[in-house]
Ligand binder design. Structure first.
Ligand SMILES: Cc1cc2nc3c(=O)[nH]c(=O)nc-3n(C[C@H](O)[C@H](O)[C@H](O)COP(=O)(O)OP(=O)(O)OC[C@H]3O[C@@H](n4cnc5c(N)ncnc54)[C@H](O)[C@@H]3O)c2cc1C
Length: 396
């Protein structure tokens, strides 16, 4: 790795970037507008990306991955974000970085053969179902139950807003197996009797992603569907959420950068009152502020990656900060980019309207900003040790 923490990419990463960009320009960019209009989640892209090895960059070679470090994931997330198709990006990464790390970490050999290998090839699509109609932020409030009956679990309940929910081949489902935080993860094949998924098409943005509501009615799965240990599901997903939030932060920073570049290009080509709008000081300063925020977002996202590499999910503080800050600021930068495009920004043709719609999810999905603030306040406001370090570091 390069010594500059803000340029952490090796030659191998750069080669990956070039091949990912070529693939995206050929297989995704020409179809973005059509998929968005049709509200089509391009399942065919999963298989094509799988064939190229793009789904498994950070997974072990034994299961079809390339065993690269997390910076390879950063490269892919940034490149997909620059294609400005938030919906498909969300579907791809909700497949790769929600259920699959859980199966990789806690799955039996049989589960890895059955799910991880075909999923990294893009032949099977996965989803992670935590949220329910009445419990999102409050994971402890979920009501979907799994009762052990002999060699089976019987699942009853429903899940809400699940990315890839109605196109998935399998769903890692968070179920209640006891009181309090006694929860367990079960891998449910979606052709299982008692399972039903209904697509949710009417949403603000992310039109090229699939979102589903899931129903479990006496859905009987074999005991071998249990992922990891019974009763440990809550802790597994809390751990895994760090990687999900990291992906969200990197993606947000890259989307903000995309919007800034769009705005700068437009400000050069659009004239008003006899000069390019980019010559008006108010527009120049707006873009200068956007550029500062984009740099701050990328720096924070990269710092979070460094800390995650060093400490794993112990990097919860910086990851929560990055998720909160970047998602709020990316929405602001994209909003400013739309403003700079004037009326054309409100139209579909420049792509800024799509970016704006898609970005709005950032402060809600993968843990809301308020929940990030709650986590950060527990770690910072309540932590005297942290405050002392901060004061000492500043020499005051
Ligand atoms: C398009 C889309 C895709 C999604 N994909 C998935 C997926 O793949 N898998 C999955 O499991 N879920 C998914 N979700 C669900 C998402 O994670 C939740 O919507 C999110 O966590 C918020 O939960 P909620 O909607 O129940 O809102 P609530 O938890 O009801 O929150 C409502 C409001 O109250 C605030 N609030 C709640 N608790 C507190 C608190 N303690 N302090 C201060 N404020 C608080 C929230 O910040 C928010 O502003 C998806 C959602 C959407 C919209």
């Amino acid at each position: 790795m390069s010594k500059n923490p803000f340029q952490p990419f090796t030659e191998e990463h750069q080669l990956l970037r070039v091949s990912a960009r070529e693939f995206i320009n050929k297989e995704i960019v020409p179809y973005v507008a059509q998929w968005e209009r049709d509200k089509h989640c391009a399942v065919e892209v999963f298989r094509k990306m799988g064939e190229q090895g793009f789904l498994g960059v950070t997974f072990p070679e034994a299961y079809g991955g390339s065993n690269l470090d997390l910076w390879a994931m950063v490269v892919l997330v940034e490149e997909v974000a620059h294609a400005n198709i938030g919906g498909l990006a969300m579907s791809l990464f909700a497949h790769t970085y929600l259920p699959l790390p859980l199966i990789n970490a806690f799955g039996t050999e049989e589960q890895k053969q059955k799910y991880l290998i075909p999923a990294l090839k893009g032949e099977k699509i996965g989803a992670l179902a935590i949220t329910e109609p009445n419990a999102g932020s409050d994971v402890g409030g979920i009501k979907t139950t799994a009762k052990k009956e002999g060699n089976h679990y019987v699942i009853n309940g429903s899940k809400m807003f699940i990315t890839n929910g109605s196109i998935a081949d399998f769903v890692v489902t968070v179920t209640r197996t006891g009181a309090g935080y006694d929860m367990s993860l079960l891998i449910v094949d979606t052709d299982n009797e008692g399972f039903k998924a209904v697509p949710i098409k009417e949403k603000l943005g992310m039109h090229s992603s699939d979102t589903g509501q899931l129903f479990f009615e006496d859905c009987k799965v074999p005991a071998s569907a249990l992922l990891g240990q019974q009763g440990m599901g809550f802790y597994y997903i809390m751990n895994n959420l760090q990687e999900e939030r990291l992906v969200a932060a990197i993606s947000g920073a890259a989307s903000a950068e995309w919007a800034l570049n769009k705005a700068m290009a437009y400000a050069k080509e659009r004239s008003a009152f006899g000069r390019p709008i980019g010559k008006f000081q108010v527009i120049r300063h707006k873009m200068a502020k956007m550029a500062i925020i984009v740099e701050a977002c990328r720096s924070m996202a990269y710092r979070a990656v460094h800390e995650f590499l060093a400490e794993g999910s112990g990097a919860v503080k910086i990851i929560s900060m990055a998720k909160a800050y970047i998602s709020e600021e990316a929405v602001n930068v994209i909003n400013d980019a739309l403003q700079i495009h004037g009326g054309w920004g409100y139209m579909e043709s420049y792509g800024v309207a799509r970016a704006w719609r898609d970005a709005r999810l950032m402060t809600v999905g993968a843990g809301t900003t308020e929940i990030m603030h709650e986590i950060i306040s527990k770690l910072v406001v309540d932590d005297v040790q942290y405050q002392r370090q901060y004061v000492e570091a500043r020499g005051v």
